[in-house]
Design a protein around this ligand. Structure first.
Ligand code: LLP
Length: 420
C-alpha cells in the first residue's frame, strides 16, 4: 500500500497534488511519501515480531537519501552499507554506529579502518583474504572487528540474472563447502570476533522457496561450525523480498516471510539480522515526468517522449524492468504507445506497446515503484543533470536532494593548459 492516489482526478502524493511539485521543482523529479516509508518500515518490523530482538538494517543502496534515512533511523532501523560513502550517510542520518553492517566484496583497507574507527557493529566478510586484511587493519587501529562470514549457498533465486547473488558463479560470499574451514581459521586471528554467518541470495524475489532452501542450508552449516567448537551467535539473512511492480507480480507478504523465517530458524539460538531495501523503499517513491511530445511510430504505435530518461531511472534499460506509467490528470481515454526518454540510445525505452492513459505534449505522468534503485542509480549520461528528490509529509513537501545542474558538473571539469 502507498500514498500516491487520485483525488478529484489529480494524482496526489499524500495530500499534495503532483502538479504543485512539478511547478515548484520542475521535472523530472522523484517524489517520496514519508507515510509510506513509515508504514513499510513498521509492516516489516511487525512481520518479524515473533523473533527474539531481530536486527533490521536498511540496505542503503536502495535509497540513500539523507531524509529517507532519517525517517528509518527514527523507526529504529540500522543500515547495511557497502562503501565508506554509505557509512558516512548512515551516521549523518543519525543511525547508530553499532547498528551498521558493512557488506560488499571490495572493501578497501582504508574503508575498513574508517569503519572500525567509527565503531560499526559488524563486517560481513566475503572472502578469507578480506578477513585476513581486516585482522591486520583491526590490530593496527587497536579495535576489534565483529564479523559474519558471508556464504554463497548456491541456490537459484529465480530473479533477473543481474540481481541474483547466491549462485556459485556469482562473486559474492565464500563457497558453501569451504565456509566452515574459513570460519574456524578466521576465528583464530587477532582483532577479529568471528560471530556469525551472512547470506543474501538476490533481489526482487517473488517466491519464498529459494530463501527457505538457502536458510535450511544455513541451519546445517550452523550445526557444523558449532561442532568444531567455534562460537556462532548471529546470522544475517540479508534482504531480497520482492515488491509489486505490475499487476502480474505476486510477491510474498512480509508476514509470510516472517512466519517462514520463524519456522526455519526456530532452533538456531542466534540473533537474526535482516537487510531489506526494496520492500521498504520501492513503493514509497515515484518519478514524475512531463511529456515532451508524442511522435508517430511504426505500425501506428506512437512514441510518447518524456523528459525522464534512462540516466534518471536505469532499471528498464538495465534489467528490462516494468514500471507502471500513468497520467497525473487522466482524461479517461486510453492509448497504446512506446514510452521513451530523450537519451540517444534505443535502450532509453521505458516500455514498448504499453496500454496506458492518453497523453499529449505537456502532460504530467509518473513511473510508479521508483523509490528503490531509482535516484540512487542516476547518472549524468548525455550531459543531463542529476534528478532532484522531494519528500512529502501530509500537505507539505520539501526538496531533500537538489537538482544537480549540468553547469555544476561542467564546472568540476578542467582543461589542462598544456592542451592549448
Ligand atoms: N543486502 C545485500 C548484501 C545486497 O546486496 C542487497 C541488494 C540487499 C541487502 C538489499 O536487497 P533488496 O531487499 O533491496 O532486494 N539495482 C537492482 C537491485 C540490486 C540489488 C543488489 N543488492 C535493481 O534495481 O533491481
Amino acid at each position: 500500500m502507498d500514498h500516491f492516489e487520485l483525488k478529484n482526478g489529480v494524482l496526489h502524493a499524500e495530500d499534495v497534488p503532483l502538479p504543485k511539485i512539478a511547478e515548484a521543482v520542475e521535472t523530472p523529479v522523484y517524489v517520496y511519501s514519508r507515510a509510506t516509508f513509515v508504514r513499510h518500515a513498521r509492516v516489516f518490523k511487525d512481520a518479524l515480531s515473533k523473533l527474539d530482538n531481530p536486527h533490521i538494517a536498511f540496505a542503503i543502496k536502495a535509497n540513500p537519501n539523507l531524509a529517507v534515512l532519517r525517517i528509518l533511523a527514527r523507526e529504529g532501523y540500522g543500515a547495511d552499507v557497502v562503501s565508506a560513502g554509505e557509512l558516512d550517510r548512515a551516521l549523518a542520518a543519525g543511525m547508530k554506529a553499532e547498528d551498521i553492517v558493512f557488506s560488499g566484496v571490495g572493501k578497501t583497507m582504508q574503508e575498513m579502518a574508517h569503519a572500525l574507527e567509527q565503531g560499526i557493529g559488524q563486517f560481513n566478510v566475503e572472502s578469507e583474504e578480506e578477513g585476513i586484511e581486516l585482522s591486520t587493519v583491526a590490530k593496527r587501529v587497536g579495535k576489534t572487528a565483529h564479523i559474519a562470514l558471508r556464504i554463497n549457498p548456491d541456490v537459484d533465486a529465480g530473479t533477473h540474472a543481474k540481481i541474483s547473488t547466491g549462485k556459485a558463479e556469482n562473486k559474492f560470499g565464500v563457497a558453501f563447502d569451504k565456509a566452515k574451514g574459513i570460519y574456524v581459521r578466521l576465528a583464530a586471528l587477532p582483532g577479529l570476533n568471528v560471530r556469525g554467518i551472512a547470506l543474501h541470495i538476490g533481489s526482487q524475489l517473488t517466491s519464498l522457496a529459494p530463501l527457505e532452501a538457502a536458510f535450511v542450508k544455513v541451519g546445517t552449516l550452523i550445526a557444523d561450525i558449532r561442532s568444531s567448537g567455534a562460537a556462532l551467535t548471529h546470522v544475517d539473512l540479508g534482504g531480497g523480498l520482492g515488491v509489486t511492480y505490475s499487476g502480474d507480480d505476486n510477491p510474498p507478504s512480509p508476514a509470510d516471510y516472517g512466519d517462514m523465517v520463524a519456522r526455519v530458524t526456530r532452533d538456531w539460538g542466534v540473533r537474526l539480522m535482516f537487510e531489506p531495501g526494496r520492500v521498504i523503499a520501492g513503493n514509497a517513491g515515484i518519478l514524475v515526468t512531463q511529456v515532451i511530445r508524442v511522435k508517430p511510430g511504426g505500425g501506428n504505435v506512437p512514441f510518447v517522449v518524456v523528459d525522464a530518461a534512462m540516466n534518471d531511472l536505469a532499471r528498464p534499460a538495465m534489467y528490462d524492468a516494468y514500471h507502471e506509467f500513468v497520467a497525473v490528470e487522466p482524461n479517461g481515454q486510453r492509448m497504446t504507445a512506446h514510452i521513451v526518454g530523450p537519451v540517444c540510445e534505443t535502450g532509453d525505452t521505458f516500455a514498448m506497446h504499453r496500454e496506458t492513459d492518453e497523453f499529449v505534449a505537456g502532460d504530467l505522468a509518473i513511473f510508479r515503484t521508483a523509490g528503490a534503485y531509482g535516484a540512487t542509480m542516476a547518472s549524468t549520461y548525455n550531459s543531463r543533470g542529476l534528478v532532484p528528490e522531494v519528500l512529502v509529509d501530509g500537505d507539505r513537501f520539501a526538496v531533500v536532494a537538489e537538482r544537480i545542474k549540468p553547469a555544476t558538473i561542467l564546472a568540476a571539469e578542467h582543461v589542462p593548459d598544456w592542451l592549448d
